[in-house]
Write a protein that binds this ligand. Structure first.
Ligand code: AMP
Length: 610
């Protein structure tokens, strides 16, 4: 039997893992990288590429490059970035067979978030096939625990478009807990704090005796490392305007570079108190000195937003911070010192940081695959649904049918009655959320139950049944209990997500665009090298600034000029020019590096004499 892989489809990076003798192993791509940037590009001829190839061409193709698509999965475009829903959105939100009405327009064609995510999943599948030498058709895919039903369905659809049978959706923190507790002896109550590129999750689980039981889940699907990057980007734009009078934000290609520069500065703050950003822009060399203190001030409110979900998860599980034995940090963004400090403040203890925060989720997804295929024995996972589900009743009230943190799979039903005399039909408005009024929750769908037996107000009896499966996917049925036959029963087997024929069409289109022919591998390598060199040049300039004296700054300038030439060649997409400029830039970098080395040697010898 071929392997079932586990995939962590992340906002910023994705990873896949499989089981080797019952232990999870992260799958590298052909070049040995274990993490694939979750970036997708649509080229002029409609071909789709992803990962490092897409990253390498992003600056020269900003309109055709899609970052962070996960943030759009199953989200309607009228859900604003903070997750609040506009009134207008609610009125028009009824869209059957749609995971989301959000579309990305590239080159005159519209793409759904599912299609874009499928490009990433297809690469994960292909890399696994190349590595394992076997065809892969099944996967377990992880999602943020706080993803709602529509977002989960959109992930299943993306898998289908990529040619994968997604045998289970698993919550990211749960996956991390599986990886943590696989070989654990004894029993523990753990809290998983997962702050990735785009989402924040808190889960509390009880582990012991092979049982992994999720007690509560909370989070925010619009909070992650990218919000931190964005704060720095905004700050740098303003600083550059003030200092140099230039508006970087008007140049889309430069904005992609600025986002990278901001992310690098953010990552630097995880180790150091300062960051010096050097940003070549047109003929200028823009610089900014940043401190970790300033960074934390700019992002204070983001950190504050992690408190409420943490407290809610504790309350829902009926625990105090002292009841938690172990706190596991997952996701690259938990490396930020302020996050660790905040965590210790709330929980009163230090987190456990021995697991690889970027790989642990894919490993856990592979373990779940092993549990389902019985490759791993004597392990049981008991999960919950993160957000309450219900219907709208008279006066716009949201009446819950399945409460949040109910163990799944679950079936719950409630009997409802008519609000009008002889009401022949009933509109069943299915929602997910925690607010009392329907207007503030998210519509999953509406359907009409017709043929209700005429009855005075309050006397009809309609049984509404919600069934939620192990993937957190919902089926709803409504039955008029007074009707003898079952003709009024209405089950919606698949009332949200993409229609099967839409998925079929997308599968065909995706297959046509096999990414290996999306761009000549050689060309892609040239681009990747060019971008790596640009990064290296930036670093060399920075190092040079601190060690080389003024008389040698001409060499730095020469390197920067060459860097600008290379950037121009990249933006023009001329492979030969890119190659030539890369070779020259490489030489310049070497010169600078040699100079720096010389200075260090001199300093060292001076030290020794002293
Ligand atoms: P993940 O989705 O878990 O791969 O997390 C990706 C996010 O973690 C991105 O926003 C990265 O910028 C961020 N990240 C990775 N390493 C660090 C670090 N050392 N310090 C701060 N953020 C980081």
């Amino acid at each position: 039997m071929s392997k079932v892989i586990g995939i962590d489809l992340g906002t910023t990076f994705s990873a896949a893992a499989y089981l080797e003798f019952g232990k999870p192993v992260v799958i590298p791509d052909k070049d040995g990288h274990k993490l694939t940037p979750s970036i997708v590009a649509i080229l002029n001829d409609g071909k789709r590429i992803t990962g490092r190839q897409a990253r390498a061409q992003a600056e020269s193709n900003p309109d055709g490059t899609v970052f962070s698509i996960k943030r759009r999965m199953g989200r309607n475009s009228y859900i604003d970035p903070e997750g609040a829903i506009s009134e207008k959105g609610l009125i028009t939100q009824v869209k059957r067979h749609m995971g989301s009405d959000f579309r990305i327009k590239i080159g005159g064609k519209e793409y759904t978030p599912e299609e874009i995510s499928a490009v990433i999943l297809r690469k994960m599948k292909k890399d696994a096939e190349d590595y394992l030498g076997d065809e892969i058709s099944k996967a377990v895919i992880s999602v943020p625990a706080y993803f709602n039903i529509t977002q989960r369905q959109a992930t299943l659809d993306a898998g289908a478009i990529a040619g994968l049978d997604v045998i289970r959706i698993i919550d990211e923190p749960t996956a991390a807990a599986l990886a943590y507790g696989l070989d654990m002896e004894g029993a523990e109550t753990v809290m998983v704090w997962d702050l990735g590129g785009g989402t924040f999750d808190v889960s509390i689980l009880e582990l012991g005796g092979g049982l992994f039981e999720v007690k509560s889940v909370s989070g925010d699907t619009w909070l992650g490392g990218e919000d931190y990057d964005q704060r720095l980007v905004e700050y740098l734009i303003e600083e550059f305007k003030k200092e140099y009078g230039v508006d970087v934000s008007a140049d889309k290609g430069a904005m992609i570079r600025l986002k990278d520069a901001a992310e690098s500065a953010k990552i630097e703050f995880s180790e150091s108190e300062f960051s010096h950003v050097i940003f070549p822009f047109n003929e200028n060399r823009l610089e900014a000195f940043l401190t970790r203190g300033k960074f934390e001030e700019l992002t204070r409110d983001l950190a504050e937003r992690m408190k409420a979900p943490t407290e809610r998860a504790l309350k829902d599980a009926g625990f105090k911070p002292s009841d938690i034995d172990r706190i596991i940090l997952v996701g690259g963004s938990t490396r930020m010192p302020r996050i660790r400090q905040l965590f210790s403040e709330i929980m009163g203890k230090e987190p456990y940081i021995d697991m690889h925060p970027d790989e642990v989720v894919a490993m856990g997804a592979a373990i779940q695959a092993g549990i389902l295929t019985k490759e791993i024995a004597k392990r049981i996972l008991v999960d919950v649904t993160p957000i309450s589900l219900g219907i709208e009743t008279e006066g716009g009230i949201f009446t819950r049918i399945i409460e949040r943190n109910t163990t799944i799979p679950a079936t719950r039903s409630r009997i409802f009655t008519n609000s009008a005399q002889d009401q022949g039909s009933m509109e069943i408005h299915v929602l997910q959320g925690e607010r009392t009024m329907s207007a503030y929750n998210i519509t999953m769908d509406r359907f009409e139950l017709t043929g209700i037996e005429p009855a005075p107000r309050g006397e009809a009896m309609v049984d509404i049944k919600f069934e939620i499966d192990a993937n957190g996917i919902l089926r709803v049925s409504a039955t008029d209990l007074r009707t003898e036959n079952s003709k009024s029963l209405r089950i919606s087997p698949r009332f949200y997500g993409l229609a099967p024929e839409e998925i079929e069409r997308m599968i065909k289109e995706a297959e046509k665009s096999n990414e290996s022919d999306g761009m000549e591998r050689e060309n892609a390598k040239i681009l990747i090298r060019a971008n790596n060199l640009l990064t290296a040049a930036g670093m060399a300039a920075k190092d040079a600034l601190s060690v080389i004296c003024i008389s040698e700054s001409a060499k730095v300038e020469e390197m920067e000029n060459m860097g600008r030439k290379l950037e121009k060649a990249i933006s023009e997409g001329n492979t030969q020019l890119i190659k030539d400029a890369s070779d020259k830039l490489e030489k310049c970098i070497k010169v600078i590096e040699t100079e720096i080395e010389k200075k260090f040697q001199k300093k060292e010898s001076l030290n020794r004499v002293a």
